[in-house]
Ligand binder design. Structure first.
Ligand code: FES
Ligand SMILES: [Fe+2]
Length: 338
């Protein structure tokens, strides 16, 4: 299977290589590509693993396990020298594929065995996509809205102290709107919760559409799920485009990086980004304390909580979590990328 454009192949697994506990072998969005400047490395944490992202001498994105093969320190504390990443400790240098290119004081060193661990990464639709494994299978599933030309894309990040599955299912849950967001996005639903609401989870090739039908109203598809950890909300006021993408990424156990991307066809000046960010931050703050209070912090085994019909999308996501994300099939060598 082919790599996505710009994606890089990684090396063979060693015991010190990243494992991405309960989140292995997934393509996930890391952030806006335009924020990865060429003059310094950028540190991320994904599923308990440190990752460093930087641009090589050609401006292409590279991702390495953020662990120097010499003494294990964070390469992200180092610097960029002519498109190579220099370790902050003893100055070893690594190129975009993780190959060791320079070992100070040791011109005789056999550098071919001294490389860092590279991870598949690519830049598509203005976003950095990382694969949580050494050898990428398949390509990132890019939400269609990100591929449309002429839209402004901005992003902001929050850290929530709860397992990412609780954050993800909150994003897919419409019944909480008039209670948690009664003064904001749930205002229009005030006083309507005595009616019946049916939630249908329609699987698609890359996730699902969530069709909500409230008694006496036409069916509506405002929510989409993009496998494995993205929610898309269509607001689209007055025929214009306004979408919110919520990316729920595990950093550590019970610590989630929530990145909200705003995609819009109007008010596209960059200086208006903070205005949209302020609205998003208010809504996220309404959810945060409530979702963080969940016991247990990770969604429990099926049957441990009571559910009703309007929880359909939550239960559908949980099924994917238990069967496909948490316990994925090991990569098959025959389908690895060439
Ligand atoms: S720890 Fe990186 S060069 Fe020594
Ligand atoms: Fe909410």
């Amino acid at each position: 299977m082919a790599l996505a454009p710009g994606c890089k192949r990684a090396s063979v697994a060693r015991v010190t290589d990243p494992r991405f506990a309960d989140f292995a072998n997934q393509w996930v969005p890391l952030g806006l590509a335009r924020t990865i400047a060429a003059d310094r490395p950028f540190a991320f944490v994904v599923a308990d693993e440190r990752i460093v992202v930087f641009r090589d001498a050609h401006g292409r994105l590279s991702a390495l396990h953020d662990r120097c093969p010499h003494r294990g320190v964070a390469l992200s504390l180092g610097r960029i020298e002519k498109g190579e990443l220099q370790c902050p400790f003893h100055g070893w240098r690594f190129d975009g594929a993780g190959a060791c290119t320079h070992v100070p004081w040791n011109p005789q060193a056999r550098r071919d065995s001294l490389g860092a661990t590279a991870l598949p990464v690519c830049e598509v639709a203005g976003v950095v996509w990382l694969y949580t494994g050494l050898t990428a299978i398949g390509t990132p599933s890019i939400p269609e809205i990100l591929t449309r030309p002429g839209l402004r894309l901005s992003a902001q990040t929050f850290l929530w102290n709860v397992h990412w599955t609780r954050v993800m299912e909150n994003m897919l849950d419409a019944p909480h709107l008039p209670f948690v967001h009664k003064g904001t996005i749930g205002r229009a639903l005030k006083g309507k919760s005595e009616r019946r609401m049916d939630m249908e989870w329609r699987e698609t090739a890359t996730g699902a559409q969530i069709v909500a039908t409230r008694e006496g109203e036409a069916a509506r598809t405002a929510l989409r799920y993009h496998y494995p950890n993205v929610m898309e909300l269509a607001i689209d006021p007055g025929g214009r485009t306004l979408r919110l993408l919520a990316v729920c990424t595990p950093e550590r156990l019970n610590r989630t990086r929530l990145t909200l991307y705003t995609v819009r066809s109007f008010a596209k000046w960059p200086w208006l980004d903070p205005l949209f960010a302020r609205v998003n931050a208010r809504i996220a703050a309404e959810d945060k304390a409530i979702v963080e209070s969940s016991l247990p912090a990770c969604v429990p085994a099926p049957g441990a909580e009571r559910s009703v019909a309007s929880d359909g999308p939550t239960l559908a996501f949980r099924k994917l979590w238990f069967t496909r994300i948490r316990d994925p099939k090991p990569p098959e060598p025959s389908t690895s990328t060439e």
